[in-house]
Design a protein around this ligand. Structure first.
Ligand code: PHE
Length: 340
């Protein structure tokens, strides 16, 4: 029996070397370990062993069985490992290859500047009001102290949609809408598109404004300048100063144009400030008493200021854009420069 077992072990060992994949492993199992396999068959041949030798032979047979199973298990593990390694190799990805780039959109410079302005004033406690782009004559002009046939209507070339209905020429109508809905204290911003029949390198028939309105007891021109200082410093840099120049708007009294100290040349004079050292950035003033009255607010008790910022103008200054038309052509080469 011992001889027989040794011969079987030798045969199995020799076969083992030629098992390289799952099919060969299965054949190997069939040959040795299945019901009809030769290792399993050893138990049957125990019958032919004399009775007194059977316990010893049985032990040998068992040991051989355990060994053969170990061989099978080891082979099976080796084949699994080899298959996994082959698969990993075949499916390997070179992560150093450059990826396919997906283009990422970016905000339009007008949206960027609008968001920045809203952020700055929101920090001072302003709410945002959204007024209609198609406005009636009452809100756009009449209740803003610009009666019919008032010469100031010529300041803004109006697109009419119907008699007394127009594309708003300014966001100032928002002042009336806010004061109709809300009583002081009022602190509101109203951004939006406005329309005027006007077109050249610095004017577009459609552009954007940001209206600001503050109404409360004891509001003065100093409050206006203080807030605008904070605004221009946040927008253009901490050193920037403002200057108020007398101006005229029918809905403010007094009215001012606000200039900023030229941040490009530091006041020495350059093409940006047209060699004056100052750049005009917005119109503003104290809300006209007639406008407060038109909204049922007593000018003896309350006062307020309003301002209107041209968003394109701020974007052009901030980003050094010299033609307003660029902002509406939507040329990707232009737009891609604003990833802010
Ligand atoms: N609405 C004015 C304009 O469009 C700007 C402005 C707003 C002036 C508020 C004073 C107060 O020119």
């Amino acid at each position: 029996m011992e001889e027989k077992i040794n011969a079987l072990r030798a045969e199995l060992e020799a076969d083992r070397a030629s098992v390289h994949n799952k099919e060969e492993l299965s054949a190997f199992w069939q040959k040795y370990l299945s019901k009809n396999g030769s290792v399993t068959g050893l138990t049957k041949s125990l019958r032919d062993v004399p009775k007194e030798d059977r316990p010893a032979a049985g032990k040998l047979i068992n040991a051989c069985k355990v060994w053969a199973e170990e061989q099978y298990q080891a082979l099976s593990d080796e084949i699994d490992a080899a298959e996994l390694a082959a698969r990993n190799k075949a499916e390997a990805i070179d992560i150093t290859l450059p990826a396919v780039r997906r283009p990422v959109g970016s905000l339009h410079p007008i949206t960027l500047v609008k968001n920045q302005i809203v952020d700055i004033f929101a920090g001072m406690g302003f709410d945002v009001f959204d007024g209609p782009e198609i406005e009636d004559d009452d809100h756009n002009f009449t209740r803003l102290n610009v009666p019919k046939n008032h010469p100031a209507r010529d300041m803004q070339d109006t697109f009419y949609v119907a008699p007394d209905i127009e594309l708003r020429t300014q966001t100032s109508g928002g002042q009336i809408r806010v004061m109709d809905q809300q009583k002081p204290p009022i602190k509101v911003l109203s951004p939006g598109r406005v329309f005027r029949s006007d077109s050249d390198a610095t004017h577009s028939p459609m552009f954007h404004q940001m209206e600001g309105l503050v109404v409360d007891r004891g509001i003065t021109l100093c409050d206006l300048q203080g807030m605008l200082d904070k605004f221009v410093q946040a927008m253009f840099g901490p050193e920037v100063k403002t200057r108020l120049r007398p101006s005229y708007f029918p809905f403010t009294e007094p009215s001012v144009e606000v200039d900023v100290f030229c941040f490009e040349c530091g006041g020495k004079g350059c093409p940006l400030c047209k060699h004056s050292g100052w750049i005009e950035v917005l119109g503003a003033g104290m809300v006209h008493q007639n406008v407060l009255r038109n909204c049922g607010i007593d000018p003896e008790v309350y006062s307020g200021f309003a301002f209107g910022i041209g968003i394109e103008r701020i974007a052009m200054l901030k980003y050094g854009i010299n033609n307003i038309g660029l902002m509406f052509e939507n040329d990707l080469r232009f737009l891609k420069q604003f990833q802010d």
